[in-house]
Design a protein around this ligand. Structure first.
Ligand code: NAD
Length: 256
């Protein structure tokens, strides 16, 4: 018996990184997964490998959401779960951030999450689940990622309001708040075919040994296991909450 037997789950941004690991784990736990992304080649290859359905979905586009939900229902008849995982990061000080860069981050991270909830929740029955991907920076500040942190704070607000509004229909809505996770977002070397990934991993470990109490960067598989918990019956009495997964980074500052 898998933890998600019979459930149909849409995972956005699932072509790589945390979304990919969520798609793999959910499939292994019996779900029929709809892999959604703008990276069509990678998304299609993953879907083929794990026996999932691929849909092209730019999460910031309302019409793409209608098409994605229709494709999920055509393929499987119903939708039981959504993981709003797609996201982008831009580095800039607030004073140097052009408006169009700020708005692009809002469009994907914040509007994408809102549109996902609005498109998918009406199709869900009692027992439906939504997991929104916020961040460590949804709960605290971090210099040089102002647009990103603003959207991730907003995702936690959306999560709480959606949980309140959908609880009467038995739909639970929670957020994951990862710290530093070893994906292309925080480790762009993963996108460089010539990069020495063992060397970059050592560099990341040196950095996070100082910052993170558990002394290492997180792995996307670890975030996938949290998303599985929040999508399965194991979390049946939990809704409206942000779940931090950061190796203790947010716990505070150590002076010893
Ligand atoms: P990633 O860059 O490897 O994956 C992001 C995925 O989202 C990619 O597949 C990308 O194509 C997709 N995507 C981007 N824009 C999209 C759009 N408009 N529509 C649909 N898909 C789109 O990085 P990741 O770490 O796997 O990121 C997953 C989520 O985790 C993001 O929401 C990110 O903000 C969040 N997060 C990441 C970290 C980290 O350290 N990696 C930390 C906290 C939160």
């Amino acid at each position: 018996m898998g933890k998600l037997d019979g459930r149909v789950v849409i995972v956005t941004g699932a072509a790589r990184g945390q979304g990919e690991q969520e798609a793999r784990l959910f499939t292994a736990e019996g779900a029929r997964v709809v892999v959604a992304d703008v990276l069509d080649e990678q998304g299609e290859a993953l879907a083929k490998e794990i026996g999932a359905t691929y849909v092209h979905l730019d999460v910031g586009r309302e019409d793409d959401w209608q098409a994605a939900v229709a494709a999920a229902k055509d393929a499987h008849g119903h939708v039981d779960g959504l993981v709003n995982n797609a996201g982008i990061l831009r580095f800039n000080s607030l004073l140097d951030t052009p408006l169009d860069e700020f708005m692009r981050v809002v469009q994907v991270n914040q509007v994408g999450c809102f549109l996902g909830i609005r498109a998918v929740a009406p199709e869900m029955a009692d027992g439906g689940t939504i997991v929104n991907t916020a961040s460590y920076t949804g709960l605290t500040g971090m210099a040089a990622v102002g647009s990103y942190a603003a959207t991730k704070h907003a995702v936690i607000g959306l999560t709480r309001v959606a949980a309140l509004e959908l609880a009467g229909r038995g739909i639970r809505v929670n957020a994951v708040c990862p710290g530093a996770i070893d994906t292309a977002m925080s480790n762009p070397a993963r996108l460089d075919p010539d990069a020495d990934l063992q060397e970059t991993a050592k560099g990341l470990d040196r950095l996070y040994r100082k910052l993170v109490p558990l002394g290492r960067v997180g792995q996307p598989e670890e975030v996938a296991r949290l998303a599985l918990f929040l999508t399965s019956e194991d979390s049946s009495y939990i809704t409206g909450q942000p779940f931090v997964i950061d190796g203790g980074w947010l716990a505070g500052v150590s002076i010893i």
